[in-house]
Design a binder for this molecule. Structure first.
Ligand SMILES: [Zn+2]
Length: 457
């Protein structure tokens, strides 16, 4: 088996390959009994994974042209290992159920995978559901004694009549194959590493999502995401700013580092149901896409949705060097620059005050950098229903560096609090500039991590 970066990835292939291979040394062999990703917390045991069920059921699943878009799950075999469908069909269905759990559990939005089934089975039993969901297909040109490429798999599926624009084919390979995503006549997500996060990673690639990156820095990858470390992590875009934001489906994000120009939001994938609010999931966010990314304004202009008071003035970051990709004005990757002045404490604030519930924990994240040096604090200011300030919760003083690092402050909303204002505070006596991007406000209620919030990434 080889782990293959999908061929559509143009930029940073060498870096991405190195990261992926380093993250998966244990998976260099054909492994139909895979190990599920266990971060940010363990997936439920088999009996507790919700049964996804069939979105649509067809008597002839090859003829899907008038059907709703959906994934078609394939068990692929060839003469090398033979046909072990009856041995594996329940296990494969369970992995599809886990893929659906991964999508739904990643955020506080309810969103699910659309599945295509075939008629003729009693789907009230698990084995009947599994046989309706998972269809065995022989790959006649599969390589015996070597690796079968995704191109062979896709071509053989097409030759057998499986090419339909309403379907993405999710192919579990019972032979030496490849974890990859490939769109030819047929769009296939394939893997011979049988675990849900790996197959979900490949399915997400079919929506043209790249390996998760830190948006501010070229060729820098976020190491806690299903789109880069799928053998460890199952969560999708925990920062709501790289490729997936179910809370604001009109928002789109650059899915890869500069100079890649793909711009999308996975929440709109036709293979998924429309996201609805709200349940409890790993991550959530109480900001708008503009408040998180500062993408709506032109360079040099005043950032909308933000306010400044005290010592300093702000602007959308002017054109700058590659080391600060958010400073590039011509590709839409934007950030906020605060030009700190010494005469007073300076405050950059999100103007809107998101609603909070007293007694609940909240966590404010932001990425910050400077070309020189300087100190700031993150602040959550709590207000009551009369818009009177009750108190502030500050981080410790942060000495900024020339790297884009994520910082945070976490606190309980005090008694009487109904809203919160987020600010970055620069203590008086300093003259320097810092750049702000990737803000996020979590409500810490997932019940699974230590403080109920997402982890740093
Ligand atoms: Zn990949």
């Amino acid at each position: 088996m080889s782990l293959q970066i999908r061929r559509l990835v143009a930029g940073a292939v060498a870096t991405a390959m190195a990261v992926v291979l380093a993250a998966s040394p244990a998976h260099a062999v054909f492994n139909p009994i895979g190990t599920e990703a266990q971060a940010p917390y363990a997936q439920p045991v088999d009996a507790d994974v919700p049964k996804r069920g069939c979105t649509t059921t067809l008597s002839d699943p090859k003829n899907a042209s008038s059907s709703t878009p959906a994934i078609q799950v394939i068990y692929a075999w060839h003469d090398g290992n033979g046909n072990n469908y009856s041995t594996y069909v329940n296990q494969i269905a369970k992995m599809v159920d886990r893929m659906d759990w991964i999508l739904d559990e990643s955020t506080n939005y309810d969103q699910h995978i659309k599945t295509s089934c075939r008629t003729g089975y009693d789907t009230s039993t698990y084995s009947g559901y599994a046989q309706a969901l998972v269809i065995p297909v022989k790959i006649p040109n599969g390589v015996i004694g070597g690796e079968t490429s995704p191109y062979i798999v896709a071509d053989d599926l097409a030759a057998a009549g499986w090419g339909n624009a309403n379907r993405k084919y999710v192919v579990f390979e019972d032979f030496d194959g490849t974890a990859t995503a490939h769109c030819g006549t047929v769009c296939v997500a394939t893997t011979d590493d049988w675990d849900a996060a790996t197959m979900m990673h490949e399915l997400i690639h079919l929506y043209d999502v790249d390996h998760a990156k830190v948006s501010e820095v070229p060729n820098s990858f976020s190491l806690n995401d299903i789109m880069i470390s799928q053998y460890n992590d199952w969560q999708l875009d925990q920062e709501f700013n790289t490729y997936y934001d179910p809370s604001e489906t009109t928002a789109s994000f650059y899915t890869s580092a500069y100079p890649d120009t793909r711009y999308l939001n996975l929440a709109n994938y036709s293979m998924f149901t429309t996201p609805t609010c709200c349940d409890v999931g790993y991550s959530n966010d109480l900001l708008t896409a503009q408040e998180r990314t500062i993408e709506a304004n032109t360079p040099y202009s005043t950032p909308t949705a933000f306010s400044v008071s005290g010592g300093g003035w702000m602007q959308v970051t002017p054109p700058g060097p590659d080391s600060n990709t958010s400073a590039r004005y011509y590709d839409g990757r934007r950030s906020l620059t605060m030009n700190v002045q010494a005469y007073a404490d300076g405050f950059v604030s999100v103007t809107r005050k998101p609603a909070v519930t007293a007694g609940q924990r909240y966590k404010f994240f932001a990425r910050l950098t400077t070309g020189t040096s300087g100190n700031v604090k993150l602040r959550m200011s709590w207000y009551n229903s009369s818009n009177t300030l009750l108190s502030n919760s500050d981080s410790s003083l942060i000495a900024l560096t020339t790297g884009w690092q994520e910082y945070n402050v976490s606190a309980l909303a005090p008694t009487g609090a109904t809203s919160v204002q987020l600010s970055v505070v620069s203590p008086s006596g300093q003259t320097f500039a810092y750049i702000l991007d990737s803000l996020q406000l979590n409500q810490c209620n997932n019940g699974k991590t230590t403080d109920g919030c997402r982890l740093n990434g």
